[in-house]
Design a protein around this ligand. Sequence first.
Ligand code: ZN
Length: 257
Amino acid sequence: MDFIPLKLSVTVDYLFRAEESWVLVDTGYAADWPLLRRRLGEAGVSPSDLGFVILTHHHDDHVGCLGALVAENPDIAVVMSRRTEELLLAGRNDTSRGGGLINRRIAFLVRFKRFFVALKTGSLSAKDENLRFEPYAARSRDIVFDGETALSDLGIDSDGILVPTPGHTVDSVSLLFPGGDCLVGDAAADMLAFAGTHHCVIFVMDLALYYESWGLLLSRGARRVFPAHGRPFAATMLERDTGRNSAEDLVGYGGRT
Ligand SMILES: [Zn+2]
């Protein structure tokens, strides 16, 4: 598959062509909107050219530009799982199901995240928007799916399949293509490796479930992983790194683990 990565402040969105339509995967933080427009422009695509936006999960750094995108292109269909639909209404990342940051080193680095995002986007909001996003209620033209679903069944002219890959969050899904390319959102990552992430994203709700989803992707023929954080990597890394992080090392939000 030919994906065009759109590198934002922290998140990488992906763009691909499905016959007549452009499909965007994820949107970035709300503060990324000018940057997302610029990246789309660099790819020769305007927001009004997008037919679909697929959400890999409900987190603030993936759905932040949704309101702006839909306001500019009301014809776009937002594609989301049933669980994502529910979680988008809350306007806040779900931390009610346990889990935490992957280890102490990451927990330390995350304290500076707000400033890092400000550095990349050029705006430091007055109040801390951390973990929050503008709530979104699915419209009649949006597409809500349950469980494993082929894109063609949703009216998207592509041979990709949406597969639930929970663990990072309860609603995480990946998009798997027949050749083994997969867009995983945060179901795997290549970020802050020096701090011992071992291809895990920095926050994990349920580490055992996270690794189970890696196993699922591998069993379904995943060959090349395109994460929302970091650069693409070979799926064999998932096999190598399974179990390298321990649930005992998770650092919960608010001191909770
Ligand atoms: Zn996430």
